[in-house]
Design a protein around this ligand. Structure first.
Ligand SMILES: [Zn+2]
Length: 137
């Protein structure tokens, strides 16, 4: 038996059927990231098979979304982590620029957030991290 992770399925196609020919073998193709997988199925045809697959994909995608959200909540980044991370990527940042008013803010030594002394905007280490990450990748 062949197993394909539902989240990797890009499409399902195959022989259609109805009550008159449902017991005959049918070809069903499942396309995933690696290519097409063809199965010979008996007592099944596209109209029966497709909703089952699509349902499995929808459930799996929802699960993945939930997992991703959990991951993000668990990561509470602080500025000392950020500094170490940037140093590894040879990026030196002495100051931050406020995204709201453009004022210069000294790069905090610790804590997960800082406040702009000019406009009061809260700046999160997490948000700076997201920006830095895309620069270093
Ligand atoms: Zn500001």
């Amino acid at each position: 038996m062949y197993e394909i992770p539902p989240e990797e399925i890009n499409g399902v196609s195959g022989d259609t059927g109805d009550s008159s020919n449902w017991q005959l073998p049918k070809k069903i193709s499942v396309v995933d990231s690696k290519g097409e997988n063809t199965f010979n199925l008996q007592y099944a045809f596209l109209e029966l098979f497709k909703p089952t697959i699509e349902n499995a994909i929808a459930i799996r995608r929802k699960e993945i979304d939930v997992e991703k959200k959990k991951e993000r909540l668990h990561v509470i980044l602080d500025f000392s982590f950020l500094k170490t991370y940037m140093e590894k990527g040879s990026l030196v940042m002495q100051v931050l620029k406020c995204p709201e008013c453009g004022a210069t803010i000294e790069f905090p030594k610790s804590g997960s957030q800082t406040t702009c002394s000019h406009c009061g905007k809260i700046i999160y280490a997490q948000d700076i991290f997201e920006k830095v990450k895309s620069l270093l990748e």
